[in-house]
Design a protein around this ligand. Structure first.
Ligand code: NDP
Length: 616
C-alpha cells in the first residue's frame, strides 16, 4: 500500500495526481479519516481540560532530586545581567556573555543544579531525539565527544554540568532559588530582582529563559484527588518507589500494577522500561504517537577527531537549511527529521515543482506526508502481534501535528504478556477512583499511576508558568500586558518592559533544534549588551509601533496556520481551538523560518541604528 511518490507527479511544472491504484493509497479517503479522527478528539473546553498543579496538587511539582537543601545567606548586589533559568538557554546566555567580556551576571535557578529539562526529566529512557552532535551545545568549546548519535538524559545532564564548570558558572549561580518578582526602577534604569531566599539584585538587564515546557500538567479528571495509590508525573520521576535509574531496571515494580496515562514523546520513551519491569502495565492511550525507527549508533572516535573547528555550527546550519527547504550539497545529519523535509525538497528541485501554485504545492506536500505516515503505520502491523492492538497504535494525523517520535522498543513492548493497551478511542480516561482508572465503565485497579501528560503551555499564563510577577514601567504587569497573547518585538522584548529579554520559541524563528535557537538568541543578546555598554546606553525598549508591526508579521496566517488548524488537538495547535490559533506552541513564528530570522537579527544589529527601539 505504500509505493514511492513517482517523480512524474510533476512534469513540466504541472502537478498530476494519479489514481489511488497507481499512487498506492487514496488521498481523499485518508483526508476524510484524518478529519474524522480529529473531530472525535476536539473538546469544547480546549486547553481548559487540564488541571493546574497548584494548591493540594503542588507536590506534583516538587523537586525529587534535592537530597539536602542549600542553606545560604541572602545576597544584595548590583549587577549587569540577571539570568532566570539554568537550563541550556540560561547557560548559553551566560557563556556568550563571558566570551563577550561581560562577567557581572548571575543565574538564578529553581532546581538544585544546571540542566533545565534534563535536570527534571530523568524518567527511564529519557533521550533527546535531535542528534547529539547538533543538540549538545558548546561541543567545540568543551572538546566533549557524545558517546551516541542520540544521547540519553544522564549524558546530557552531565554535559550541562560540564558547561557550568568550563565557563565557571557555578560560582555565579543561585540554585534552589526562585525569583518572586521583577520590578522595573525607571530612575535607576534597572530591574529589582527579588527571590524566595531574600536576595535583592539590581540588574541592568534581565534575561528570562525559564523554559517553555517546565510546569507539569495533569488531565482534569473527575476523582483526581481520590486516587489512594502512588502517583507522580514523568518529569518528577520517583525512583525511590520504582527502583532503577534512567537506564531502566525498575526493580521495585516487579509485583506492582502500574498505569501510565499519556503516549506522547515522553510516554513513548518510558513505556518500554515500565513494560520490562512492572508486574502488569496498563497504557492508557487517547491519541497514538507516530513512532518511527530510532537508528541510534555509537560515535566513531576517528570521525569525531577529524572534525575541524567550527564543524558544529556548520552541521547545525546544514540541518536548519534542510528543514526550511534550502537545498544543500550533503545532508550531514541524515536522519528521520531531515528525511521528511528532503522528500518534499527533492520533488521540488528535481522536477520543476517550485513553479507550482500554492494550491498544488499544498497537495504535493499532503501526498508526501501521507506516504510517510503510511510507512510509519505499517511498522505497527509489522511489529505488533495482536492485529487489534496494532490497529489501535496507528496515528491518523500529519507528521507535524504532534512531535514525531523515534523509538525501537516502544511497539514491541505491546507483545509482552504483562502489558495491556487501553485505547480510549480518542476520548481519554473517564475518571479516577480510590483504586484506579476507569475507561468505558471498566475500572482498572492499580498500585501506581504515572502521568505522562505533558506541560502547561499557554501564552496568556506566561508569568504563571515562570512562577513570578513582572512589573514594568508604569506599574503594568506582564500578565496584564499579555492577557490576550504574547506581544513582542523580535520575540525577545516588549513595550513597557525595558531591558527585559525573553529567550524562547514563540514569535521567533522556529527549528526543531531548540539549543540552536537558544544559542543564536544568546549570541544576539550578548552582542547587543556589549554594544549598548560601549555606547553608554542604559535603556532599550521597543516602540509600540515596532511591536505592532512585528506582531502583524508573525501573526499573519501562513502555511503552518492552516496545516495546524486541520490537525488533531495537541499543544502545538492550542488543543485544536482554531479561534485561538495564535495560542498554539507552533503558531506565531517568523514567516521566513528559523534561518532567515537569525540572519534578520544579525542584519538589524549590523545596521547599528536600533531600529524599532527607544534607546536612552
Ligand atoms: P505531550 O503533551 O506531548 O503528551 C501528553 C500525552 O498525554 C498525550 O498523549 C495526550 O493525549 C495524553 N493525555 C492528556 N490528557 C489525557 C487524558 N485525559 N486521557 C488520556 N491521555 C491523555 O507531553 P510529553 O511529555 O509527551 O511531551 C512534551 C514535549 O516534550 C514533546 O512534544 C517534546 O517537545 C518534548 N519531548 C522531547 C523529547 C525529545 O526526544 N527531545 C522526549 C520527550 C519529550 P492527546 O495526544 O490525545 O492529547
Amino acid at each position: 500500500m505504500n509505493k514511492p511518490v513517482p517523480q512524474e507527479l510533476v512534469t513540466s511544472g504541472k502537478l498530476t495526481i494519479p489514481s489511488p491504484d497507481v499512487l498506492g493509497f487514496d488521498p481523499t479517503a485518508l483526508r476524510r479519516k484524518y478529519d474524522a479522527e480529529r473531530d472525535r478528539r476536539l473538546r469544547p473546553e480546549g486547553a481548559a481540560q487540564y488541571q493546574d498543579i497548584d494548591g493540594e496538587l503542588h507536590h506534583y511539582n516538587d523537586d525529587p532530586h534535592i537530597t539536602e537543601r542549600i542553606e545560604r545567606a541572602p545576597t544584595t548586589a548590583t549587577i549587569e545581567v540577571a539570568i532566570l533559568g539554568g537550563g541550556f538557554g540560561g547557560m548559553l546566555m551566560a557563556a556568550r556573555l563571558e566570551r563577550a567580556g561581560i562577567r557581572d551576571f548571575r543565574i538564578i535557578e529553581r532546581a538544585g543544579d544546571f540542566g533545565g529539562t534534563w535536570y527534571w526529566n530523568r524518567y527511564p529512557g529519557a533521550q533527546c531525539d535531535v542528534e547529539s552532535y547538533i543538540y549538545l551545545p558548546l561541543l567545540d568549546e568543551t572538546g566533549y565527544m557524545p558517546s551516541l548519535k542520540y544521547s540519553f538524559q544522564p549524558e546530557i545532564f552531565a554535559h550541562a554540568q560540564r558547561v557550568g564548570h568550563h565557563f565557571d558558572l557555578y560560582s555565579r549561580s543561585f540554585f534552589e532559588t526562585q525569583v518572586r518578582e521583577l520590578r522595573w526602577d525607571d530612575l535607576d534604569a534597572r530591574w529589582i530582582v527579588t527571590t524566595d531566599r531574600g536576595d535583592v539584585l539590581r540588574a541592568r538587564h534581565v534575561v528570562i529563559s525559564s523554559g517553555s515546557l517546565n510546569r507539569p500538567k495533569l488531565p482534569g479528571l473527575p476523582g483526581l484527588r481520590n486516587f489512594k495509590g502512588h502517583t507522580f508525573h514523568t518529569s518528577r520521576w520517583d525512583y525511590d518507589y520504582t527502583g532503577g535509574s534512567p537506564a531502566g531496571d525498575l526493580d521495585k515494580l516487579r509485583d506492582k500494577r502500574v498505569a501510565i496515562i499519556g503516549t506522547g514523546a515522553t510516554g513513548i520513551q518510558a513505556i518500554p522500561h515500565l513494560g520490562a519491569a512492572a508486574g502488569h502495565l496498563y497504557v492508557f492511550q487517547r491519541t497514538p504517537s507516530s513512532v518511527d525507527e530510532r537508528r541510534n549508533r555509537p560515535t566513531d572516535p576517528a570521525w569525531y577527531k577529524s572534525l575541524q573547528p567550527g564543524w558544529q555550527l556548520e552541521r547545525n546550519d546544514n540541518f536548519t537549511k534542510l528543514l526550511v527547504g534550502v537545498r544543500v550539497e550533503e545532508d550531514l545529519v541524515n536522519d528521520g527529521w531531515t528525511e521528511l523535509f528532503k522528500s518534499l525538497g527533492e520533488l521540488q528541485d528535481g522536477t520543476g515543482a517550485s513553479n507550482l501554485s500554492d494550491a498544488d504545492m499544498k497537495q504535493l506536500g499532503e501526498i508526501v506526508d501521507f506516504r510517510h505516515d503510511n510507512r510509519v503505520r505499517a511498522r505497527c502491523d509489522e511489529t505488533v502481534n495482536d492485529p487489534k492492538t496494532a490497529e489501535a497504535l496507528k496515528h491518523w494525523y500529519r507528521p507535524w501535528c504532534k512531535r514525531p517520535c523515534f523509538n525501537d522498543e516502544y511497539l514491541p513492548t505491546f507483545n509482552r504478556p504483562n502489558v495491556t493497551l487501553v485505547d480510549t478511542g480518542g476520548k481519554g480516561v473517564d475518571r479516577l477512583t480510590e483504586k484506579g482508572v476507569v475507561v468505558d465503565g471498566v475500572e482498572y485497579e492499580i498500585d501506581c499511576l504515572i502521568f505522562a501528560t505533558g506541560f502547561e503551555v499557554s501564552r496568556a499564563t506566561y508569568t504563571h508558568q515562570a512562577e513570578l510577577e513582572i512589573i514594568g514601567r508604569n506599574g503594568v504587569t506582564l500578565g496584564e500586558y499579555w492577557a490576550n497573547g504574547m506581544r513582542t518585538y523580535h520575540g525577545l522584548m516588549s513595550h513597557g518592559f525595558p531591558n527585559l529579554h525573553h529567550m524562547g520559541f514563540t514569535q521567533t524563528g522556529y527549528t526543531p533544534n531548540f539549543t540552536y535557537q537558544l544559542d543564536k538568541q544568546a549570541q544576539h543578546l550578548a552582542a547587543l549588551f556589549t554594544d549598548t555598554k560601549a555606547r553608554g546606553l542604559r535603556v532599550l525598549e521597543p516602540t509600540k509601533q515596532a511591536e505592532e508591526d512585528y506582531l502583524k508579521l508573525v501573526m499573519a496566517p501562513n502555511g503552518m496556520t492552516e496545516y495546524l488548524a486541520n490537525c488533531t488537538p495537541g499543544y502545538y495547535n492550542a488543543e485544536g481551538n482554531a479561534k485561538a490559533n495564535h495560542e498554539g506552541f507552533l503558531q506565531g513564528h517568523y514567516p521566513e523560518g528559523g534561518l532567515r530570522f537569525y540572519e534578520m537579527l544579525a542584519e538589524w544589529r549590523a545596521k547599528g541604528d536600533y531600529a524599532g527601539l527607544i534607546v536612552r
